[in-house]
Write a protein that binds this ligand. Structure first.
Ligand code: NI
Length: 253
């Protein structure tokens, strides 16, 4: 049985231009049952939908990523909202805050909050990106209380508990297999397994032993093995649980 559900991928990325369809065919015939491809702007949101139309197990998220916000974003959100009515939309994503680069924080917050409200209006979950913005993210999540996933979780155990309390899920990927992943390991030890989902963020963040190489959904196996080791269970058990969680949060039945 195919057990891998990848809750966060970017198969629209140029890294897949040479073999995208062959690769996805192979993944779905081997060990992958579901993938949610994330939009980062209008073009990649449309690409995500086109991919979702090609493969049964592929779903799309549409949204504007904090690194992609600009003065047109507010207008583009109207189109994003129209795209969100497609039958294979699983979420509004990838949305959030990224203070690593120097995009204006006010604009990022405005576009993020507008998308949180849009998701609520459409009864869709969200897929959230938070990089070096934990303080503002925490405050916004407390206020708006979205349903969905905080992807590639990099916060503290305390923040993970807060996310769980709000009712959200925590997305973990290849980073947990890295040697310096002490914080992620602590979070995995502490959070309830019914709030954990797995992801690649491919083509980036391949797990060890493929760190630095192109990532794809099949490599979630290594992430599941590492999490199983931390939680004293089997990779299969982790894959089954996280697949059920993913289907629940994305309302895929
Ligand atoms: Ni991403």
């Amino acid at each position: 049985m195919n057990l891998i559900f990848d809750t966060h991928a970017h198969y629209d990325d140029a890294a897949f231009d040479d073999d995208r369809f062959d690769l996805l065919d192979r993944l779905f015939s081997e060990n992958v049952c579901g993938i949610v491809n994330q939009g980062t702007d209008l073009a990649t949101s449309k690409f995500s939908i086109a991919l979702a139309e090609q493969f049964d197990g592929m779903y799309a998220a549409v949204g504007i990523h904090p690194e992609c916000v600009n003065e047109n974003s507010e207008k583009e959100l109207k189109e994003i909202k129209e795209l969100a009515s497609h039958k294979k939309i699983a979420a509004i994503g990838e949305i959030g805050l990224d203070y690593y680069y120097d995009k204006p924080k006010d604009l990022q917050k405005r576009i993020f909050i507008a998308q949180l409200m849009m998701a609520k209006e459409l009864s869709l979950p969200v897929n959230i990106h938070d990089r070096e913005a934990h303080g503002d993210m925490h405050a916004i999540l407390q206020q708006y209380r979205p349903k969905g996933i905080l992807h590639c979780f990099s916060g503290s155990v305390e923040m993970a508990r807060e996310i769980v309390r709000i009712g959200m899920y925590i997305g973990m990927g290849g980073v947990v297999t890295f040697k310096n992943a002490r914080k992620a390991v602590d979070v995995i030890r502490e959070i309830p397994l019914d709030r954990l989902v797995l992801e690649t963020d491919c083509p980036y963040l391949s797990p060890v032993p493929f760190r630095g190489k192109r990532n794809d959904s099949s490599m979630i196996q290594y992430t599941a093995e590492k999490i199983a080791e931390i939680r004293h269970t089997t990779a299969e058990e982790i894959l089954i649980l996280t697949k059920e969680n993913a289907e629940k949060v994305y309302q895929i039945y």
